[in-house]
Design a protein around this ligand. Structure first.
Ligand SMILES: Nc1nc2c(ncn2[C@@H]2O[C@H](COP(=O)(O)OP(=O)(O)O)[C@@H](O)[C@H]2O)c(=O)[nH]1
Ligand SMILES: [Mg+2]
Length: 233
């Protein structure tokens, strides 16, 4: 029962609780996944630091794909409806999920959000569901949400070493999006290094360099989404 003397007893208890939470989360994530498969919806979970450009990339994506596909967005934040409102202005249906303090989204919240999204669609099915996770490169990587594709974003102002410092986010993702490439001249960001670091953590990671400001790399990003959608049931 000791949390302070370093005997490890307290730590062992904490790990057991965490494993229960992760197991319960995974079970609901599997339910989410079954539901998404049954409606032919691909779900994409975006993980990145606050301000890394997640919402802006979604805005550019909806501009490009919004007429071709029915897109829904679950926006994760601690507080406010700001991001959901930004998405709605682009014409996609969006539900804001506020965690009230938690640093990540859990599968039960996605389950509720998905019902709410679908309730706004009058029986029509979503082609693509984007989940913008709470801004954080640590906690969201531990929680499966039922997504088909996990994408980790790092902007060039954050530094090329982030894959090494936050390996779990890169190990559990399939795609690495480097954002704000238009700012490279003002930073010491090294794309080659960032890519090598990311591949050293996860050799099958696909890297795309984008700028939502200039549009660079957005074609490649959109192509990747279309191909991923074709692969889903
Ligand atoms: N220069 C530049 N700024 C960007 C780019 N993408 C996003 N931003 C800016 O970065 C800030 C944070 O973007 P946002 O999409 O809200 O980040 P989020 O917190 O990850 O959703 C905003 O002021 C955006 O205008 C980009 O590609 N280039
Ligand atoms: Mg955002």
């Amino acid at each position: 029962m000791c949390d302070t003397c370093g005997c490890g007893e307290g730590r062992r208890r904490t790990i057991e609780v965490n494993q229960d939470i992760l197991r319960a989360n995974r079970e609901i994530a599997l339910d989410n996944r079954r539901h998404l498969d049954s409606t032919g919806t691909i779900a994409i979970n975006l993980i990145g630091s606050p301000g890394s450009g997640k919402t802006t990339l979604l805005e550019r994506t909806i501009e490009r794909l919004g007429r071709r596909f029915r897109i829904g967005v679950l926006e994760g934040d601690i507080e406010t409806e700001i991001d959901a409102e930004r998405i709605r202005k682009k014409g996609a249906v969006a539900v804001q999920l506020t965690t009230g303090g938690a640093c990540h989204l859990e599968s039960s919240l996605i389950h509720r959000g998905l019902h709410e999204l679908e309730g706004r669609l009058d029986g029509r099915r979503l082609d693509i569901l984007f989940i913008e996770n709470v801004g954080n490169l640590v906690c969201p990587s531990f929680f499966e949400l039922g997504e088909h594709l996990r994408v980790v974003l790092v902007s060039v102002t954050e530094g090329a070493d982030k894959p090494l410092k936050y390996p779990k986010a890169f190990r559990t993702s399939s795609v690495f999006v480097i954002t704000k490439a238009d700012l490279i001249p003002y930073t010491d960001f090294d794309i080659k290094k960032a890519t090598e670091f990311a591949l050293s953590i996860n050799p099958s990671l696909e890297t795309i360099v984008t700028s939502s400001r200039t549009g660079d790399g957005i074609d490649e990003w959109v192509d990747l989404l279309i191909k991923a959608r074709k692969r889903t049931p």
